[in-house]
Design a binder for this molecule. Structure first.
Ligand code: NI
Length: 273
């Protein structure tokens, strides 16, 4: 059989199908249409921190298109720093972030914030998001509901005293969440998708290598500003991620651009496009 014969028989086959089932083409068009609409809706599924709990779908606000900076269509990452602020390390980190023009999100401990209010104010003034890592870094799933409540309330009061407002985001220590945590943490809970393990390695090169290995668009990168080795890693980390096409955003910017409306009682691990 020659090539032209094959082409002819294929065309013949299609016209025979068309003659026998004229509605088939319409069905195909409808299926493709439905798939495109589902694709446009791109629903984000966010797991809660408790491994036993079921998957929850975070409702999204669809009405606003992000307009901050020119970040639409860009690969985005959010740097987050836990457990501070520390007078030994955080000011140097703030210097680096200022020099590199990178906004970050700080999940501060209430007790550290209370002892270092000027650092909290400086970080906020320089455009960083101040979020809560609770008051005393207790493992909230191991303490009573009333102890959870009082820890959260105490931390809210501390941030309110220093900044005149309570934080919009909370990161429960160890990412541990149960029903009392969901009930008393009055903000969305933001976990992470890239764990640099900086507290363990205490090695800037390792921090950068782990991040490069796991980073993705919409990633939330977990670090700790209380270790000088973590701060040491930041300039190289920023340069490397920028070289790889990433833009840095604070959490409020990230949720806005990704058109997510994070809800209290829900946990979020990333904000992928
Ligand atoms: Ni922590």
């Amino acid at each position: 059989m020659s090539t032209s014969d094959k082409t002819f028989s294929k065309r013949n086959f299609l016209s025979r199908i068309n003659a026998r089932w004229p509605w088939l083409k319409l069905v195909a068009v409808i299926i493709i249409g439905i798939m495109s609409i589902l694709d446009l809706l791109d629903i984000t599924i966010s797991r809660t921190g408790d491994p036993l709990s079921t998957i929850r779908i975070a409702p999204m606000s669809k009405h606003v298109r992000a307009t901050t900076r020119d970040l639409n269509g860009k690969k985005l990452v959010a740097l987050t720093f836990d457990d501070g602020p520390s007078p030994e390390t955080t000011p140097r980190l703030l210097d680096i972030l200022q020099e590199k023009d990178v906004p970050a999100t700080f999940f501060m401990l209430g007790v550290m914030a209370r002892n270092n209010p000027d650092i909290v104010k400086r970080a906020s003034k320089e455009g960083h998001e101040i979020a809560s890592h609770t008051m005393y870094h207790q493992n909230l799933i191991k303490i009573s509901a009333s102890a959870v409540q009082s820890d959260i309330e105490e931390s809210r009061a501390v941030f309110n005293n220093i900044l005149g407002k309570t934080p919009s985001f909370t990161r429960p220590p160890y990412g541990n969440i149960n029903d009392s945590v969901r009930k008393f943490v009055k903000t969305p809970m933001i976990l992470w998708s890239v764990d640099t393990l900086d507290w363990k390695s205490r090695d800037p090169n390792s921090i950068i290598a782990v991040t490069l290995d796991e980073v993705h668009d919409g990633a939330i990168i977990l670090m700790h500003d209380i270790y000088s080795t973590s701060v040491d890693a930041v300039p190289g980390l920023i340069d490397t991620l920028r070289f790889n096409g990433y833009e840095f955003v604070s959490l409020p910017e990230l949720v806005k651009i990704r058109q997510v409306n994070p809800l209290p009682g829900y946990a979020y691990y990333n904000f992928k496009p």
